[in-house]
Design a binder for this molecule. Structure first.
Ligand code: B12
Length: 146
C-alpha cells in the first residue's frame, strides 16, 4: 500500500504551479497524492487528512500571508485527530527575510519541516521518506537541510 500525502495551497493563495510540480514529483516517487488545489482552508486540509488517512500534510504558500493563514493550524489538525507529518514550503515571508528565522516561526506553529522556495522537490521527498521510515531510493539525496 502506498503512503498518502495531502497537498494544497493554504488560505486565499492562488499560486498553483508549485503544487502541480510537487504533485507530479511525489506521485512519480510512489506516493498517493491528494491535491486539494489552491485556496484551501485549514479545515479542508484536516478533513482530507482524516478521509484519506494521510501520512503527511504538505502545505504550500507563496503570496506572503502564510504565517497568518497557519495560525491555529496545529490545533485544527489535533482536534480532527490527524496523525501525520506536516511540512510547509514556498515563499513564506514577505520580501527578503532571514530564512532561519522564518523556519523557527513555522516550527513554532507546529510544522515538522519548513522549506524555502528554492527547495528541490526531491529533497522534500527524501526528507519524507526519512520521516516515515521508508527505504531510501538508490541515488537519492539523503542529506536535507530542513
Ligand atoms: C506566477 C505568479 C503569479 C500568478 C499565479 C498564477 C497561478 N494561478 O499560479 C498571479 C499573476 C495570479 C499571481 C498573483 C499574485 N502574486 Co504572484 N507570483 C507569481 C510568480 C511570478 C511565480 C510563481 C510560480 O509559479 N513559480 C514557479 C513554481 C514552480 O515555484 P514555486 O511556486 O516557488 O514552488 C516551488 C517551491 O516554492 C517549492 N514549494 C512550494 N510550496 C511548497 C510546499 C512544500 C511542502 C514544499 C516541500 C515545497 C514547496 O516547490 C515548488 C516546486 O519546485 C512569483 C515570483 C517567483 N518568481 O516566484 C510571484 C509571487 C509569488 N507573487 C507574489 C504576490 C505578492 C502576488 C499577489 C499578492 C500580487 C497582488 N498584489 O495581487 C497575487 C496573489 C494572488 C493570490 N490570491 O494568490 C509575490 C509574493 C511575495 C512574498 N511572498 O513576499 C511573488 C514572490 C512575486 C514578488 N517577488 O513579489 N502571482
Amino acid at each position: 500500500m502506498s503512503n498518502t500525502v495531502v497537498l494544497g495551497v493554504i488560505g486565499s493563495d492562488a499560486h498553483v504551479v508549485g503544487i502541480t510540480i510537487l504533485e507530479q514529483a511525489f506521485s512519480a516517487a510512489g506516493f498517493e497524492v491528494i491535491n486539494l488545489g489552491v485556496q484551501t482552508s485549514q479545515e479542508e486540509f484536516a478533513a482530507a487528512a482524516v478521509d484519506h488517512d494521510a501520512d503527511a500534510v504538505l502545505v504550500s504558500s507563496l503570496y506572503g500571508h502564510a504565517e497568518q493563514d497557519c495560525q491555529g493550524f496545529a490545533a485544527v489538525l489535533e482536534a480532527a485527530e490527524v496523525d501525520a507529518v506536516t511540512y510547509i514550503g514556498g515563499n513564506l515571508a514577505v520580501g527578503q527575510d532571514d530564512f532561519a528565522e522564518t523556519r523557527k516561526r513555522f516550527e513554532a506553529l507546529g510544522f515538522d519541516r519548513v522549506f524555502d522556495a528554492e527547495t528541490d522537490p526531491e529533497a522534500a521527498i527524501a526528507a519524507l521518506r526519512r520521516d516515515l521510515n521508508l527505504p531510501v531510493q538508490e541515488g537519492e539525496r539523503v542529506t536535507v537541510s530542513s
